[in-house]
Design a protein around this ligand. Structure first.
Ligand code: FES
Ligand SMILES: [Fe+2]
Length: 414
């Protein structure tokens, strides 16, 4: 990909400059080739299990926005690839993630989606654990003799919190270096100041294979066709891509001002006639921000400045994914009911347009209707995504993967 920002300059300005240049001249940058991807990459369960082991569980994935568990003792649960997790904010202010299983005999500690608790008491025999995972109490401890409580804390995942987002690594044996993996992208995302934002709402629903679902977040080609009722048939179908390691940002080189898709797709047209010193940070952050391999962030402006963070997670089967849309806003919404109605609408669009279409493609791939799918020179984001999946799967050791990541273009400022 040619449009990589690898300098220490704040990348928002040069990206907007480049997008505006293309908007003015009606030009585009494209991938050098059309990509053919074997259809089996979406349907083969051996390949899928490899993806779970060598990608999803091995590299850091986003577990949620920091503001979802803003206060000490806040917690949430989620399920990834069949693993149930608890993410907590402990008294010391740190984010933690644990396997949601009691260390006595494995019962699930809590089914609650979100909440506030000082301790987790197992519903089976009553062992209890602190929000930082220590075993606090064994019910009728005499029956266990000299049990060393330190040996029976909750199983902890490595967690990394930066830019108001929480990443976790599911495989405790993974040696993938988190800052190398992020390639400085978390420092680019700091432009949003998510750490000071407010958690408003979330929606969770099923979709097709996780990569079929995720492909829809990586290109604008489908927007004026599939989403003509939502964004209009005059919406852009072109994206300009910027990448840091495996992570990407997409903006639109359109010159239509005040288009309904301005925030979501990142139209820079409203900045065209303004001197650079008047470019506002909010407009500069518009567009799609993907965090490899499972997250996509897009702006909206209904009822205040906000983003929808879509987390597309595989389940334990190749044919199904679970998406959680987190809605977070710079300020609490003035009209919460109107905001909820807007979030319901976004959910419907994704379910009824993107995922329903993705499911139809999945059925065709499953019966062998195609032996490969195509990504055009305009679908550069998908090409980047799939080639990074291959790079990760091909890296035999974590050291090898760290070295591949180290050599990828990155953002150096912090
Ligand atoms: S399984 Fe949790 S206390 Fe027994
Ligand atoms: Fe879409």
């Amino acid at each position: 990909m040619s449009e990589i920002i690898a300098s220490s300059e704040d990348p928002l300005i040069p990206m907007a400059r480049e997008v505006i240049q293309h908007a003015r001249s009606g030009t585009m940058k494209q991938a050098p080739e059309v990509m053919k991807l074997p259809a089996a990459h979406y349907t083969d369960s051996v390949r899928f299990n490899d993806e779970l082991k060598k990608l999803i569980k091995r590299v850091p994935i986003i577990l949620g926005p920091s503001c979802e568990i803003a206060r000490p003792n806040d917690f949430k649960t989620l399920s990834v690839a069949g693993m149930s997790l608890i993410v907590t904010r402990s008294e010391d202010g740190n984010a933690n993630a644990f396997i949601n299983a009691c260390t006595h005999r494995g019962a699930r500690l809590t089914k609650q989606e979100n909440g506030q608790r000082r301790r987790f008491t197992c519903p089976y025999h009553g062992w209890s654990f602190s929000t930082s995972g220590e075993l606090l109490e064994v019910n009728t401890q005499d029956d266990f003799g000299e049990i060393n409580k330190c040996d029976y804390g909750l199983k902890r995942l490595t967690v990394y919190e930066s830019a108001g987002l929480i990443w976790g690594v599911l495989d405790p044996n993974s040696r993938v270096n988190i800052p190398e993996f992020l390639s400085g992208y978390d420092n680019v995302l700091k432009a949003f100041d998510f750490k000071d934002w407010v958690y408003v709402s979330k929606r969770t629903f099923k979709g097709p294979n996780w990569k079929i679902a995720y492909d829809g977040y990586l290109e604008y080609y489908h927007v004026p066709v599939l989403h003509r009722e939502t964004f209009g048939s005059d919406a852009t179908n072109r994206g300009l891509y910027f990448a840091w390691g495996p992570h990407q940002h997409i903006k639109s080189p359109s010159n239509i001002k005040d288009h309904i898709a301005t925030e979501t797709l990142g139209y820079m047209a409203n900045l065209i006639d303004k001197p650079e010193r008047d470019w506002d940070k909010e407009s500069l952050t518009y567009g799609v921000w993907t965090v490899f391999p499972t997250t996509s962030i897009a702006s909206f402006s209904g009822g205040g400045r906000g983003v929808m963070i879509s987390q597309i997670l595989p389940t334990d089967t190749v044919e199904e994914s679970i998406t959680t849309q987190y809605y977070i806003m710079e300020e609490a919404p003035l009209d919460p009911e109107a905001s909820e109605a807007q979030f319901d609408f976004f959910q419907q669009v994704v379910m009824e347009e993107d995922y329903a279409t993705g499911e139809s493609a999945q059925s065709a791939l499953k019966i062998g209707a195609l032996d490969h799918v195509l990504f055009g020179r305009n679908e550069q984001g998908n090409q980047h995504f799939h080639s990074w999946i291959d790079k990760v799967l091909e890296a035999e050791s974590d050291e090898e993967l760290n070295s591949v990541l180290r050599n990828a273009p990155r953002y150096e400022n912090s």
